[in-house]
Design a protein around this ligand. Structure first.
Ligand code: ATP
Length: 365
């Protein structure tokens, strides 16, 4: 795969958005800064109400920041009304025209821009091919399925060749299976067109599947930006670790640090290595996170941690072992199932836990 260029398409600088005033004053965005690179599939991920859509609307020009600025390829876009921005949006509701055909919907924006008929037709044909809707070009959009409507909405938004495509939870109306298929299609579409995608979702799996980088948001702030692997393996804060994937949190105390690595002492007295978030140099008591698939069950003798199996949950691909550590904390271990596995660790048994190097991460809070 070719390297993605390292040029910023969008720079969000210290942007706040305040709604209301006085006692009703509310910061939907609180001094948010982030750079989104050209050609990147970038996702804003966070729970409902964290400010994702607000940030998207500011980039689109449907609303204005209270403070801060947004640059597009280095230029402040504040003076540009939405239709003059080389940015297009795909909404959750698709907002298609039901009385128009698929082809007419896709060509609508181009016609509004006054493009010549031949150019519109050629571009519509290209878009129909891109989203594999050639066969349904003449069908009204009220007579096609949800997944097909989604493709038409994408084609319509891509037709004017925007530099940046904003996607606001565009898959949430689709059923699970179709959503999974569309995730792969969207990712492929982004690679094929090379357009910068900014995708909004509250679904962590969707974000991990598609994104080059993810910004995790909470309460109007961006907490962490990184590749899916960074965010999953190296969550910097408890909120990020908790929101994405399953996590075991344990109290620990810092024994020593060297660069991005620390040695921590657990409640059992065992000492294990743990990674540090960039630029964080803690002393004293901290929390660490260990993902359930990174810990391994063992015999209790000589293990870093020991506990009792309280529950064993078989989930087909995986088995989850719910433990109660001797120090009192709950802990989940996830083991991938393979044929021929025998379950030595039944409910009620005393077990040890092995924490391989590079499995534990210190959290900032
Ligand atoms: P969701 O996933 O539910 O769409 P979101 O992360 O996209 O959530 P936003 O729509 O950006 O959240 O809203 C962020 C916060 O700002 C919410 O608490 C919302 O109620 C508030 N908010 C958004 N628009 C307005 C408005 N026009 N006036 C007042 N408050 C608003």
């Amino acid at each position: 795969m070719p390297e993605k260029p390292d040029r910023n398409a969008i720079e969000v600088r210290n942007v706040s958005k305040i709604f209301g005033s006085g006692d009703a004053r509310f910061a939907a965005l609180d001094r948010v800064s982030v750079n989104i690179r050209e050609n990147e599939f970038f996702t804003l991920l966070g729970p409902s109400g964290c400010g994702k859509t607000t940030l998207l609307r500011l980039i689109a020009g449907f609303d204005f920041p209270t403070e801060g600025e947004i640059l597009l390829y280095g230029d402040d876009i504040a003076p540009l009304p939405p239709f003059k921005r080389p940015v297009n949006t795909v909404f959750q509701s698709y907002a298609l025209f039901p009385h128009m055909t698929v082809a007419e919907n896709i060509g609508f924006g181009l016609e509004m821009l006054g493009k010549p008929k031949a150019e519109v037709e050629a571009r519509v044909a290209q878009m129909l091919k891109l989203v594999r809707m050639e066969q349904l070009a003449g069908r009204r959009t009220s007579q096609i399925s949800g997944g097909q409507q989604q493709r038409v909405a994408l084609a319509r938004a891509l037709a004017p060749q925007p530099k940046v495509l904003l996607l606001d939870e565009p898959l949430s109306a689709l059923d699970y299976k179709l959503r999974k298929d569309m995730q792969i299609e969207l990712k492929t579409l982004q690679l094929e067109t090379g357009i910068t995608f900014i995708f909004v979702t509250h679904d962590q799996e969707e974000a991990l599947t598609m994104s080059d980088r993810i910004a995790v948001m909470s309460a109007g702030k961006i907490l962490q930006v990184g590749s899916p692997r960074d965010i999953y393996d190296r969550p910097a804060e408890r909120f990020v670790a908790d929101f994405i994937g399953e996590s075991n949190f344990l109290p620990a105390s810092v024994v020593s640090t060297a660069g991005n690595l620390a040695t921590v002492r657990l409640a059992s007295g065992a000492e294990i290595p743990a990674s540090l978030p960039d630029g964080f140099a803690p002393k004293g008591n901290v929390s660490i996170v260990i993902r359930p698939e990174h810990a391994q069950l063992s015999r209790p003798e000589g293990a870093a941690l020991a506990g009792t199996v309280e529950n064993v949950v078989y989930l087909g691909t995986d088995t989850h072992f719910h433990l109660r550590l001797d120090s009192g904390e709950p802990f989940i271990v996830r083991r991938q199932n393979a044929r021929g596995h025998t379950d030595r660790f039944a409910a009620g048994s005393q077990v040890g836990l092995l924490i391989p190097a590079d499995s534990a991460q210190i959290l900032k809070d």
